[in-house]
Write a new protein. Structure first.
Length: 105
């Protein structure tokens, strides 16, 4: 399945994502600028923060309380902010677009 990332410079990257992996793993495997995934997906760093664009992004389940708390501690948050380590890729999300916050260079 294809996943689209817009990096902090506005460049588009289309990456082949694996069903069952997190969007953070997909991004770090593809070396998307600004997505670090420093804690490995333990919801302890927020270096995987991205905006999940609708329409596909709007179908994601609501963030769990711990994810919400971490997002609240990020800068440049938006209603579409997500920790990509908590987004598991599934076929229904094919074509989803994640934008890396400009401040996350
Ligand atoms: Fe650390 Fe997502 S990788 S919070």
């Amino acid at each position: 399945m294809l996943v689209r990332f817009i990096d902090p410079e506005g460049r588009e990257h289309v990456v082949e994502g694996e069903v069952g992996e997190s969007a953070m793993r997909c991004a770090t495997r593809a070396l998307i600028p600004g997505v670090i995934g420093e804690c490995g997906g333990a919801m302890a760093c927020a270096t995987c923060h991205c905006y999940a664009a609708p329409p596909a992004g709007a179908t994601l389940p609501e963030p769990a309380p711990q994810e919400r708390d971490m997002i609240d501690g990020c800068i440049d948050t938006r209603p579409t902010s997500r920790l990509t380590c908590q987004v598991v890729l599934e076929p229904a999300l094919a074509g989803i677009t994640f934008t890396v916050p400009a401040s996350q260079v």
